[in-house]
Design a protein around this ligand. Structure first.
Ligand SMILES: [Fe+2]
Ligand SMILES: [Fe+2]
Length: 393
């Protein structure tokens, strides 16, 4: 298996946790530079106080605009929540990197692929800037897990490394790297009920409500969201159906992150850990909002190779408030209790079982088809530990 930039970050973070010297290429070094700066600042401050040069340290602090950050070992529950989030972000990065290699902008910020012209063109029918958005979403995920792992190390906790599970095959389409993957984008069963969940004015999953899928066909089989090989690039309606599947899958993934962070934030104890969750979570929402809008531009069609139907969501039996494609913001819905006035909110945000719920949803999505039992065991352990965390005082 080739070593990717992502693998290198994982490895280096691990090295860091063992107290070893950092040695990394420029790209990776750039990504962890703030952490290195923080480390040296802290060790400088420690030394200056130790030798009684507190005034020098204080003067230096006055000119230092970097906010102080917490020290001390994390309590177990906070570490467990961050470790599950780190794993989720590593998985997100893995899938977004596959999308970027074939359908995103190819540059040094997100290295690896060389692009698939026809797939990128099909995606561009959802928005002419799709390649840019895919690229930027990928880079964001990269920074999420890199930051969380570095933060875990800084607070005396173990980071997460999933490298041993990078065993799934890459797409054989021109443009994809040939490396081991954590996730499978070629046999997805995409749940598109997020579409109607965010349009409902009367239902909330936290109150037991369920929602119909916008594209029922995507729940009735296994479909690629990237071309599996160059044969998937034609006919036009087939590669467009693959791009359409990706369009709905992007939002499925990001609405999951949108719920996961506020759900888990309710059980963290350390205020700075809360700040980490409250600062990353809304970027998942920014992603979701973007993808929600783009999915509305999916072209209605039937894939001639497998019969998968993307319906016209603006026409009967679809249409109306539950399906209309220009409704891209969350409709207000019941929250906490149906006796309260409706409110425009993220949904669900129930904290009990949130980590296992996320893992189960990703598994049902088909994202891990072909993964080993050891992979599921490890991810389940991380999720159960996160769900066992209790908020302290
Ligand atoms: Fe993320
Ligand atoms: Fe995300």
């Amino acid at each position: 298996m080739k070593e990717t930039a992502m693998n290198k970050v994982d490895t280096q973070i691990n090295d860091l946790s063992n107290g070893q010297q950092l040695s990394m290429d420029e790209n990776v070094e750039e990504k962890v530079k703030p952490f290195k700066r923080s480390l040296s600042r802290r060790s400088f401050l420690g030394k200056s106080l130790a030798v009684g040069a507190g005034t020098i340290g204080a003067g230096w602090l006055l000119t230092d605009r970097t906010p102080a950050y917490a020290t001390g070992t994390l309590i177990q529950g906070d570490a467990d929540i961050l470790r599950f989030l780190s794993a989720a972000e590593i998985l997100e990065t893995d899938l977004w990197q596959q999308y970027n290699e074939l359908g995103g902008i190819q540059d040094s910020e997100v290295p690896g692929g060389s692009g698939s012209k026809l797939y990128t063109k099909a995606l561009s029918r959802l928005d002419s800037d799709m390649d840019q958005y895919i690229h930027d979403n990928t880079e964001d995920e990269f920074t999420h897990f890199t930051f969380i792992n570095a933060y875990l190390v800084s607070r005396g906790a173990q980071p997460v490394n999933l490298d041993q599970f990078r065993t799934l095959p890459s797409s054989q389409a021109t443009g994809a790297q040939q490396i081991g993957r954590l996730t499978n984008l070629m046999q997805l069963t995409v749940d598109t009920s997020w579409w109607t969940k965010y349009r409902s004015r009367s239902g909330n999953p936290d109150l037991g409500d369920t929602f119909p899928p916008a594209v029922p066909g995507l729940l009735q089989g296994q479909f690629p969201a990237i071309p599996r090989n160059d044969d998937d690039l034609r006919p036009n309606k087939h590669i467009q159906a693959i791009a359409n599947t990706a369009g709905f899958h992007f939002a499925f993934i990001e609405q999951g992150g949108t719920s996961l962070y506020p759900s888990l934030a309710q059980r963290v104890t350390d205020v700075e850990v809360l700040r980490v969750l409250l600062s990353i979570g809304p970027t998942e929402t920014a992603h979701f909002q973007t993808w929600h809008d783009k999915a509305g531009n999916v072209i209605p069609l039937t894939d001639p190779t497998n019969g998968l139907v993307f319906p016209d969501l603006n026409s009967p039996p679809f249409g109306g408030e539950d399906f209309q494609t220009n409704l891209i913001m969350p409709e207000p819905c019941p929250f906490l209790n149906r006796t309260f006035p409706v409110c425009s909110i993220i949904r669900p945000t129930e904290t009990t079982g949130a980590a296992m719920g996320a893992l189960n949803a990703l598994t049902a999505d088909g994202l891990f088809r072909g993964q080993s039992q050891a992979f599921f065991t490890f991810l389940t352990q991380l999720a159960q530990a996160a769900d066992a965390a209790q908020r302290g005082c």
